[in-house]
Write a protein that binds this ligand. Structure first.
Ligand SMILES: Cc1cc2nc3c(=O)[nH]c(=O)nc-3n(C[C@H](O)[C@H](O)[C@H](O)COP(=O)(O)OP(=O)(O)OC[C@H]3O[C@@H](n4cnc5c(N)ncnc54)[C@H](O)[C@@H]3O)c2cc1C
Length: 459
């Protein structure tokens, strides 16, 4: 037994550390196009103290540490580029506290979104969090670590904007708290302390989030879905502007695809409307139909689709499996999407150029935009399915991903959760003083460069 294995086993117990080749293999890749890299060890701590001890050990030996939640971020962000230790946080799965009146939940890093959904449904049915369309095992911490977005993005923004407080193990092994929890036992707000935005959006390169407080929101009794269809992509930004003006929709998507033949060439604007009573639902739906979309119906530019109940049920199931189902259209288990955080008005161009990339690489078109804020921006997803057993299919999808990264920047957007290729593109463009500041922050926090190395590194 080597000495690092032995030290890790002393910290977490022998059954929670592994260097078995078959287990290292599983942790060497994700579902996307990133080349696999094997870790040297996998460790699954149970407590914050254990995380601290592991990081101290790694810091002493200058061993890379890669935090892992559900491993579903798809861009290779938790693939250990330089080997080292993969810190699998799934055992840290306690929902510590729900404050119903102040509407927040405090969770450990390994709590998955599926777990939180079931817990709230069972014990706090009037509360919910902003749920991403990611599969159930995706963690809350992993999601905020990459600035994820869920179904309350339209009114409230990114999930990382919904964080009330953090407990973080720094790359030195020290523990720090951010937000009201640093001065009080109550984790109810991030402000008004001086801003220390050092951990959200950094993809695990500045520290390990071990606990976090997340805002919860009212969970309405009824969740209805409506779909409006238009042929002309140019109309979509205006339609979304008008729907968001009513402030009646909880979540809005727009998209086009070739995976369902009957929908080819059409743009569907899908909106979720929630209510506690039929009367509230009727009022909200009426405003959207009449005030926002009435003119398009009268002009013959678009119309609502009558979704049969089984299809509606698929749209409203939680966690949503909608995207996961189409993600395997090539039946080879390969899926990656580039998410551009884009200005709404670029929707038609995003679709046009996305269609070109798909046809060049023989990939079915799956283009979906989620509205963030009141039309403030959208996360436009260019999704690429591929067959993991077919090297040519992987190569084509990888090329499509890289071309799309270029496109996002060309159209004035920013790449969300970029993989290493996208990170480098962004770093070439970033304002030089901002880049210098990022490097200083990183150097200060992680002097030995052990945290998820390979990511957000200048070349
Ligand atoms: C079908 C499908 C649909 C999706 N839909 C959405 C969606 O609607 N919205 C959305 O936001 N995302 C979506 N995703 C992307 C992704 O699954 C989610 O963002 C997910 O929440 C990421 O969490 P994770 O636990 O899988 O993170 P991981 O992949 O495990 O980690 C993500 C990054 O954060 C780091 N990290 C993980 N945990 C920590 C921690 N505790 N401290 C510090 N760093 C950490 C990792 O090192 C990595 O760099 C989707 C993915 C799929 C496959």
């Amino acid at each position: 037994m080597d000495s690092i294995f032995k030290s890790l086993a002393e910290i977490v117990g022998e059954s929670h550390v592994s260097s078995q080749p078959e287990e290292l293999y599983i942790y060497s890749y994700d579902l996307g196009t990133t080349e696999p890299h094997r870790p040297d060890y996998i460790v699954a701590p149970r407590t914050t103290h254990e995380v601290q001890e592991i990081v101290k050990l790694a810091n002493r030996g200058k061993i890379p540490v890669v935090p892992l939640g559900g491993g579903l971020s798809l861009a290779g962000l938790a693939v250990p580029q330089r080997g080292g230790i993969v810190l699998d946080l799934k055992r840290m799965d306690t929902i510590i506290e729900v404050n119903g009146k102040a509407r927040y939940v405090v969770v450990e890093a390994g709590v998955s979104q599926g777990q939180l959904i079931s817990y709230l449904e069972k014990y706090h049915p009037k509360l919910r969090h902003s749920e991403p369309q990611a599969p159930g095992p995706a963690t809350i911490a992993g999601n905020v670590a990459i600035h994820g977005q869920g179904d309350l993005a339209q009114p409230y923004g990114f999930n990382s904007d919904m964080v009330n407080g953090l407990e973080v193990v720094l790359p030195t092994g020290e523990l720090c708290k951010i937000g009201s929890c640093s001065v009080s036992p109550i984790w109810f707000t991030l402000h008004p302390l001086p801003d220390l935005g050092l951990f959200l959006g950094w993809s695990g390169t500045t520290g390990i989030i071990t606990k976090l407080s997340l805002k919860l929101f009212p969970s309405k009794r009824i969740r209805e879905v409506e779909q409006f269809i238009v042929e002309d992509a140019e109309l979509v930004p205006e339609i979304i502007y008008k729907i968001s003006h009513t402030e009646m929709a909880e979540d809005i998507f727009a998209g086009t695809q070739t995976t369902i033949p009957a929908r080819m060439g059409l743009h569907h604007v899908t909106m979720y409307i929630t209510a506690d009573s039929e009367k509230e639902l009727e009022f909200k739906t009426g405003l959207i139909w009449d005030d926002a979309l009435g003119e398009y119906i009268r002009n013959g530019d678009g119309g609502f689709v009558d979704l049969p109940p089984p299809i509606k049920a698929r749209f409203t199931e939680r966690p949503s499996m909608l995207l996961s189902t189409v993600a395997d259209a090539k039946e080879g288990g390969g899926f990656e999407y580039v998410g551009g955080i884009m200005p709404m008005e670029t929707y038609p161009e995003c679709c046009k150029r996305g269609a070109e990339i798909c046809s060049r690489h023989d990939i079915p078109q799956l283009l979906i935009a989620r509205v963030i804020g009141r039309s403030h921006s959208m996360m436009f997803a260019w999704a690429y399915v591929f067959n993991r057993a077919d090297l040519e299919s992987i190569r084509q999808a990888r090329e499509a991903v890289h071309e799309t990264d270029d496109l996002v920047l060309e159209l004035g957007g920013a790449i969300w959760k970029p993989g290493v290729y996208g990170q480098r593109l962004m770093m070439q463009r970033i304002d030089p003083t901002t880049l210098k500041l990022m490097e200083m922050v990183k150097g200060l926090l992680d002097p030995n460069g052990i945290m998820n190395p390979g990511n957000w590194e200048a070349v």
